[in-house]
Design a protein around this ligand. Sequence first.
Ligand SMILES: Nc1ncnc2c1ncn2[C@@H]1O[C@H](COP(=O)(O)OP(=O)(O)OP(=O)(O)O)[C@@H](O)[C@H]1O
Ligand SMILES: [Mg+2]
Length: 351
Amino acid sequence: MSRTWTLEELAALAGVPPARVRAWEAQGWLGPVPRGPGGGSAYGFEQAERCVELGGRGHPRRVCVVNQKGGVGKTTTAFSLAAALADLGRRVLAIDLDAQANLTTSFGFDPDALDLTSADLLTEEDVGPEDVILETGVEGVHAIPADIKLCAVETRIHDVLMRERILHTKLAPLYDRYHCLVFDCPPNLSRITINALVASQEVLVPVETQSYSIKAISDLTSTFTLLKSKMGHELTVWLLPTKVDRRVALACEILDAMDEAFRGRLLDPIHLDTNLVRAPLLCEPVTRAFPSSRAAQEYARLARFLTLSDVERRRWMDLTLAQRRRIIERVQAGADGAPEGGGEEAQEASA
Ligand SMILES: Nc1ncnc2c1ncn2[C@@H]1O[C@H](COP(=O)(O)OP(=O)(O)OP(=O)(O)O)[C@@H](O)[C@H]1O
Ligand SMILES: [Mg+2]
């Protein structure tokens, strides 16, 4: 599943004018550029990745998708986000840490047919990441799959020294080989989840707009506080409203309440969209299967946000949800169907 980029899209990824990309191409810095049917440049993932690097935009990110509540959209987010990041020229490693192995099957792998998985990485001293990493059908995305053996991991690592750091220690040599690591966690706060948190710098918490979601957030916050006090591990926490249905008045009220309570932390919501249910059945992320769907655009926007510099992110998050929504609508209306640039919305925010 590979895609091509236009010159303008590459320029937006690098944050430079298209003429600069042309110059890089002429100097051979984009590697051998494939030719399209008409003989013109058909830029692929390699060129997109090089433009990110040449533009100095490859800020490394390690993101854990976590919520102890089940069915809130963790796997959907990990899967869609990994692909959306690759669409931005980022090399991604997606790690499935849930025994249900939904992320693994979304990529089209059969967990029962796999020899080694994340469970072996966590429990077997002589299994390293290179033994478990698989190339996925989405160009630019590698995956560490999961299987049912994860159910036994908790007891198997119980007596291991530094058991919360196993994943971090094993994956650390890969941190500069990928722009982004995305962890999909199980619906609990087990030691496996703690391992993922310790290996991450930031946390994405998908939350549904229901009243009891707030309680789940406060339980999670205590875990993050504990990690900081016991291990000195500080995490940047983002809340991601999922399955938002604006036709339901209560959902809008809860969203507004969350915006008040978590100002600066509440990301732009992912709305209810059945394309997110259909895409994994095709073993394709929504951004590839239904690129013009609302969900595809929202996950693309989430990926763009995560790849922004810290300053750009702060500028965007200082706005209320409603202010951001107005800017997004303005950019979309102005873009006239053209692809949005890297920090276009954030730039607009600072204007
Ligand atoms: N924005 C959305 N709109 C519609 N359906 C969605 C959306 N996000 C997720 N879903 C659907 O909701 C269900 C649960 O999503 P998902 O598996 O991603 O949740 P999860 O938090 O990973 O669950 P678990 O805790 O069991 O691992 C799936 O059927 C998924 O397709
Ligand atoms: Mg899941």
